[in-house]
Design a protein around this ligand. Sequence first.
Ligand SMILES: NC(=O)c1ccc[n+]([C@@H]2O[C@H](COP(=O)([O-])OP(=O)(O)OC[C@H]3O[C@@H](n4cnc5c(N)ncnc54)[C@H](OP(=O)(O)O)[C@@H]3O)[C@@H](O)[C@H]2O)c1
Length: 354
Amino acid sequence: MTDLNILVTGGAGYIGGSVVAALLSGNAHFPKKNLFAAVRTEEQAQSLQSLGIKVLQLNLQNEQEVAEAVLQNEIDIVVQTASSIDARLAVNLISALGKRREATGKDTYHIHSSVTTGYSKEGGWPYGTVKDGDLVYKLEKELNDGFPIRKTNTIITELAKEQGVTNLIVGVPFVYGTGTGNWKKLSQNIPATIKASIALKTVYKFDEDSKFAAVHISDLAEYYVLIVKKILQGEKLPSGEEGYYFAVAHDASWWALAQGLADALSARGLVTDPEVRFWPSDDMAAEALELPRQFVRLMHTAVVTIDYKNGYPLGWQPKWDQKRLLASMDEEVAATLQYDKGRTSLFDALNAEN
Ligand SMILES: NC(=O)c1ccc[n+]([C@@H]2O[C@H](COP(=O)([O-])OP(=O)(O)OC[C@H]3O[C@@H](n4cnc5c(N)ncnc54)[C@H](OP(=O)(O)O)[C@@H]3O)[C@@H](O)[C@H]2O)c1
């Protein structure tokens, strides 16, 4: 394997932390000396020190800090998991990788984490099904509807082309399961519903069901490892306008999940009965789930149009499916009770824009 340095951003986060753990695991056995994790706070930095990798405390919104970190640490590959919404973070990282490429003549790679929920009618997507290899960039550009995630995808695809940086976009679906990072171990949707249900003593759902694209965190982390391995082996992966990859393992119905959660919470005496009720209003749901009002319904009702059965042949073999997910609802409750770290910062960039 080539001796390249990798920086995982959002290293204290749910996905980023799990990617770091997967890269270090026996399976991937990525050398510690080549692995860097970017975190935001001192406390997070301390929690990752024990891994024996280099932990960088960085504000990714600061262009100069990011450029210095990438150049000084000779970073060749960035796995960006800190934000799908805030384009500035990926822009700073790609610009820094562009500078490194210019200074050394070496190829540099940016692997961006995006979100699949927008590829649904509910998310304003008029084009129907998409899959690995489709020119999703062109469709997003044509649509030009200001949807924050699409906007970020197009901005960074264009910037990477201009800077000569190889850019891959991983469409991340609904993620569940306990993360293996040192800091945050919880995802977004299921823990938010568990906390709201305990507070309200009732599990609520929206009046429409979803058909989410979904993936367990261990399968997702393995997906990133596979991409990194292929880059290290010198394989030319489709990139740029053709560089959309969908890390989807299976479909999931939110109503089925909500019922599973109601059964698990009721068995633990944490809700009054196992009947799932309808949210009386989107406002109440947004407040209880601590999610932005404009996305709360989408995040629970989207019928996502990803054809994931014949994607790029990465050799990915996810181990989780919907049946296993539904059988794991009590584990989700236990993990939320054990690992909750409070409000997510994922939507801060949206609030800053509004
Ligand atoms: N979890 C899911 O189900 C899911 C599904 C689809 C897509 N995604 C996308 O995948 C990405 C990662 O998700 P996640 O669940 O891992 O979120 P997460 O646990 O909140 O991780 C994100 C990490 O990035 C850090 N970060 C944010 N802004 C930063 C900045 N300016 N400088 C330095 N660090 C910064 C956060 O720091 P703090 O801890 O200090 O806030 C956090 O540790 C997000 O963009 C999300 O939208 C997630």
